[in-house]
Ligand binder design. Structure first.
Ligand code: DGJ
Length: 363
């Protein structure tokens, strides 16, 4: 039985096999944690979805039981939205008390449209039980025909035909300035949605938070009461700040946002922001990581912040060390978040530990 976290190491499940749940998130339901993530396979091909979304369960966060494939890709229909060989990234699951369903959202790139960035949409799947199996519902490009609450007049102007027809790859500066108006370009079809997370607030409202506009700008979008669609209420955040890998949590009434920059699979410097409302204003503070390795997030990229049940102010920063040449060998970096005031504003610090345990939060 494990009783420590060892960031970056092989993390064996109950069968002694390295956990296969990359870009993941954790659901706590009736005292059990469920860790969902991308099931990767060997080699570079493993960056595409050949199996689906894997799920593990745990009572203590150190020891994880393999619960199998929560959502399987479709092997026998290449035209299916989640056909084997599509891209499924950063799956997150939340529980909807009104419908008694578990709702999974993930970044989806259809196989049929040609790989990363070709569709930039979100997939939705539901289940009656936390570990699944999940039934695929549909894919969506968020908020078609809706302007965000903080839209600028210039975005409502007609997009020139040249821009309308151009594919912008995104991924880093200097790809496109805001005047190119990717928001308007995608107004009718729905907005692009890539790296993503879900956040459920204390009032039960849920939000889909994703890198949009070719990754240049994040969107925060309210979900419907059943968590299976968007209400049309959303905002643009961090305009032209090029963030991926958003992870949101709430502590003592304040909202925290941790994200990365855009450098593909390679690590970069994390950033964090604080707000008094999910709708902002978001104040960008800086790098939450401290000490050796902090400039490159200790080799990882954020995926989720996990609140530890039964402990006060106990939040675990979850990150992935990607291995694009051999995707299945991606590693997990779980580190405790410490809180402190910086110039009277709430601040966070994430330091590297070779080994640590939950007693960190008892200090
Ligand atoms: C960085 C993202 O955060 C990952 O989820 C993945 O999409 C890679 N880019 C692909 O290059």
């Amino acid at each position: 039985m494990a009783n420590t976290f060892v960031p970056g190491a092989i993390w064996p499940d109950n069968n002694g096999v390295h956990i296969n749940a990359h870009g993941g998130g954790v659901l706590l339901h009736r005292g059990v944690y469920y860790w969902f993530g991308e099931h990767k396979t060997e080699g570079e091909a493993g960056n595409f979805a050949h199996v689906g979304v894997h799920v593990y369960s745990s009572n203590d966060l150190y020891n994880w039981t393999d619960e199998g494939i929560a959502l399987s890709v479709v092997q026998d229909d290449p035209a299916h939205d989640i056909a084997a060989g599509c891209i499924i990234e950063r799956p997150k699951v939340i529980y909807n008390a009104k419908t008694n369903k578990f709702v999974m959202w993930f970044h989806l790139e259809l196989k049929s449209t040609g790989g990363y960035g070709s569709t930039s949409c979100s997939g939705i799947a539901i289940s009656d039980t936390p570990a699944g199996p999940y039934q695929y519902v549909r894919s969506v490009q968020p908020n078609a025909g809706k302007w965000p609450m903080n839209v600028l007049d210039c975005h409502k102007e007609a997009v020139c035909p040249e821009v309308q027809e151009t594919e912008f790859c995104g991924g880093g500066l200097p790809a496109h300035p805001d005047e190119i108006n990717l928001l308007g370009k995608n107004f009718s079809a729905g907005q692009m949605a890539r790296d993503m997370t879900l956040f459920v607030d204390d009032d039960g409202k849920a939000y889909h938070i994703y890198s949009s506009e070719s990754n240049s700008t994040a969107h925060i979008a309210e979900l419907t009461d059943d968590y299976q669609g968007h209400t049309g209420k959303y905002m643009r955040a961090f305009v032209a700040r090029w963030m991926e890998a958003p992870a949101i949590f709430k502590r003592q009434g304040k909202y925290y946002w941790i994200a990365s920059g855009c450098t593909g699979w390679a690590p970069n410097t994390a950033r964090y922001s604080v707000a008094n409302s999910i709708w902002g204003p978001w104040m960008e503070v800086g790098n939450p990581c401290v000490g050796e390795g902090a400039d490159l997030t200790f080799g990882g990229q954020s995926t989720y912040v996990l609140p530890v049940a039964g402990k006060q102010d106990a939040f675990i920063f979850m990150a992935d060390i990607w291995n694009p040449e051999n995707a299945i060998d991606g590693r997990y970096v779980w580190l405790p978040i410490a809180f402190e005031e910086i110039n009277t504003a709430p601040g966070i610090k994430i330091a590297w530990w070779d080994k640590w345990d939950l007693s960190f939060f008892d200090k």
